[in-house]
Design a protein around this ligand. Structure first.
Ligand code: SF4
Length: 381
């Protein structure tokens, strides 16, 4: 069997967990956000069209290999897996695994274009790549990419039209906050007007817009502003998805330096939930979907339609905020220790886990408790 591999970049949005990951660019065009260490020490690169096409061909090769075991409309995964065992290198196995996951769990639906800001490519170049991917892997129904707000604001309406026609369906963008002052603290290199201009252009083109926001990104100093200015950006752009990523200061990041110097005061878990409440309360006339689809968010069930579900979501948040403090703490600790359920489901914890949770909650003062929560949180970022 000849060696067939393709490049796989380091990250993708959680919603692209079962997508094919096509590495179109490498690393990040900006690479200076104070909270992010992902691409530090690596320069941005555009991959050649030839290399990208070879990667698409390799994906199609594994797709054909796995689908060749289809009988009566169903893939025999036991037989397909035997091929996996014959692959010799770790890289081949990783590539095979991705295509297998895309078929078995992703229903061959989606492709995500890596890395951090692929939208920076000229629209005709990116359209060419998307068209080739759709030609070679016609099962794909959705093609998505990351794009920074400043980049999105610079793409012309014609550029978006070309990309939409080629098959680009959704753009994920880490807006992080709508506040210009908080964007400066984060050194995000973008501003609110670029977010609004870029967001409106994406929406007008018919491409879906998925925005990421970070409750707590302004620290205790800018809690209210972070929520209200973010709500303003959402209200102006009406994104298809608002996705929450609770902000945590990563140890060793430049934000950690600001925190050590006393220039940034990290919010508590509860303050971040209050900020989310304030944000949602101020979203008006939008009809997208809000999601809390990352383990780092304390309350996973902050989710629903922005036109109909806001009262329900606020009621849910309030039911947590109104709990006696000891019950909030029990849930916080359980969640940070890896508990996947909601705060209403703590009875699902094993006796052993519940004992550990109770021991931490009862023995630590509020400062020690927050410190331990942060230690756990740092394992996730
Ligand atoms: S734009 Fe994204 S990938 Fe680049 S440095 Fe900022 S957070 Fe990291």
């Amino acid at each position: 069997m000849s060696l067939k591999t393709f490049d796989i970049g380091p990250i993708r949005p959680p919603s692209e967990a079962v997508s094919l990951l096509l590495r179109v660019t490498e690393n990040c065009t900006w690479n200076k956000c104070r909270f992010c260490t992902l691409y530090k020490g690596h320069n941005f690169k555009t991959r050649t069209i030839e290399d990208i096409k070879k990667d698409i061909d390799a994906m199609a090769f594994y797709r054909d290999m796995i689908l060749s075991y289809t009988e009566n409309g169903k893939v025999d995964y036991n037989k397909a897996t035997a091929d996996y065992e014959k692959l010799e290198t770790y890289q081949e196995k990783s590539c095979y695994n991705m295509v297998y996951t895309w078929i078995a769990f992703g229903k061959m639906k989606s492709m995500f274009l890596q890395d951090a800001n692929t939208m920076v490519l000229k629209s005709d170049r990116l359209s060419h790549i998307i068209s080739y991917a759709k030609e070679k892997i016609p099962e794909i129904q959705r093609i998505t990419s990351y794009g920074r707000a400043d980049t999105l604001s610079r793409i012309t309406d014609e550029g978006y039209k070309e990309l939409k026609n080629a098959g680009l369906s959704r753009i994920h963008s880490g807006f992080e906050t709508g506040s210009d002052r908080v964007l400066k603290i984060l050194n995000k290199g973008t501003n609110q007007s670029q977010q609004i201009e870029g967001g409106i252009k994406v929406k007008n083109s018919g491409i879906e817009l998925s925005m990421y926001f970070m409750p707590g990104a302004g620290g205790k100093e800018f809690m209210e502003e972070n929520a209200l200015e973010t709500a303003k950006v959402i209200n102006e752009t009406n994104p298809d998805f608002v996705r929450l990523r609770t902000f945590v200061v990563k140890e060793g990041s430049l934000m950690d330096e600001l925190k050590s110097k006393g220039e940034f005061t990290e919010c508590t878990d509860i303050e971040k939930v209050e900020e989310i409440r304030l944000l949602i309360e101020n979203i008006k006339n939008c009809d997208g979907y809000i999601a809390s689809d990352q383990i780092i968010n304390l309350l996973e069930n902050v989710k629903g339609k922005l036109d109909t579900d806001i009262p329900k979501i606020i009621g849910y948040i309030d039911s947590f905020l109104n709990l006696p403090r000891i019950e909030q703490k029990r849930y916080q600790m359980a969640r940070r220790m890896g508990f996947n359920g909601d705060f209403t489901q703590l009875s699902m914890l094993s006796d052993e886990d519940l004992n550990r949770v109770n021991m931490y909650c009862n023995s630590l003062d509020e400062n020690g408790f927050e410190e331990l929560l942060r230690k756990y949180l740092n394992l996730y970022i």
